[in-house]
Ligand binder design. Structure first.
Ligand SMILES: Nc1ncnc2c1ncn2[C@@H]1O[C@H](COP(=O)(O)OP(=O)(O)OP(=O)(O)O)[C@@H](O)[C@H]1O
Length: 299
């Protein structure tokens, strides 16, 4: 009798996987150092850290904007830098800070300075499910007849977010995109994202400094300190986040500890003569360091 073979289901690749990621901008010290993280499908990961900790850099690396080794970063088992289809298809979507100037969709940038209505912009995207489009327009409370040039920052931001969400992504990377939105808009959007993760297994990495209402929303956390991933994983890596405890207070505690440790290190360096004890001195400026409007005086 032939031995029974048990068919093993192929393991689904993780939504996001970082394997010892180190990255430096040209001529600079490393902005991300030996980072490891594994996020399963359906996860909502909050990316936390002080200013300059490396959040935007990490999100841009995940979005395939900089070259790193193929296996160092994978999104849905593929390399976001080498696999252009991942971004071009909208499977991997990035909503970043450059959206203030550009409306980005599936990796492409379209200037929003054009004097057109929100409706023209939104209905101009082809191959969109009309029901999804309708839902987003309602959710983000967009006036389709208003021109982008006459909108407030928050209203324009809503159009930009709608553009980025029109096609159903599998992995969404967000860099502080809700910063201009009012409380209701932000809450409705967070509920929409939760629904997307729970109903169709989409995954989200969200970098923000605003933690209000996120305690019950996050499933995973990644905390960067000066480029190092100090904490990364499911909520269980965070025993402090008990019911009734505000995420803001937990993060505030980490950031204060980080700041005190850095200041203690600097004091030690000064005491040992490794760093100058004098007050910071303003760097000498050349005409080329100045904003372009000042350059006019040097022509
Ligand atoms: N284009 C660049 N060239 C050189 N260094 C850069 C560049 N962009 C960022 N950096 C440096 O990389 C580090 C991480 O910056 P990054 O913008 O990723 O931080 P962040 O955590 O997103 O900060 P914030 O909360 O202020 O947005 C910082 O030390 C920053 O000075």
């Amino acid at each position: 009798m032939a031995a029974a073979t048990t068919a093993q289901a192929p393991q689904e690749p993780a939504a996001v996987s970082l394997n010892g990621l180190t990255f430096s901008y040209p001529g600079c010290a490393a902005s991300v150092k030996d980072a490891n993280l594994e996020l399963p499908r359906g996860s909502r990961c909050l990316l936390i850290g002080a200013n300059g900790a490396g959040k935007t850099t990490l999100l841009q690396l995940l979005a395939g904007k900089y070259m790193v080794g193929r296996s160092v970063i994978t999104v849905l088992g593929r390399s976001p830098f080498y696999d252009l289809q991942l971004t071009c298809s909208g499977q991997l979507s990035y909503l970043g800070t450059s959206w203030r100037k550009d409306v980005a969709f599936a990796g492409y940038g379209v200037p929003h300075q054009a004097d057109i209505t929100a409706g023209k912009m939104i209905f101009g995207v082809e191959g969109v499910d009309p029901a999804r489009r309708e839902r987003l327009i309602r959710l983000l409370d967009i006036d389709l007849y208003q021109r982008l040039t006459t909108m407030s920052d928050g209203q324009r931001r809503r159009v930009q977010i709608a553009m980025g969400l029109l096609k159903p992504y599998d992995v969404l990377l967000m860099d502080e995109i809700t910063v201009d939105m009012d409380v209701l808009g932000r809450q409705d959007l967070l509920d929409f994202f939760r629904d997307e993760c729970e109903s169709r297994g989409a995954s989200i990495v969200y970098a923000t400094h605003i933690f209000d209402g996120l305690e019950g929303w996050v499933t995973h956390l990644a905390y960067l300190e000066n480029g190092q991933m100090k904490i990364g994983g499911g909520r269980s890596v965070l025993p402090e986040l008990k019911p009734g405890v505000k995420l803001l207070h937990v993060v505030e505690g980490w950031l204060r500890k980080e700041k005190e440790a850095r200041q203690a290190r600097e004091r030690e360096q000064r005491a040992s003569g490794a760093a100058p004890a004098a007050a910071p001195v303003a760097p000498t400026r050349t005409p080329f360091d100045m904003p372009s409007k000042h350059l006019a005086f040097f022509r």
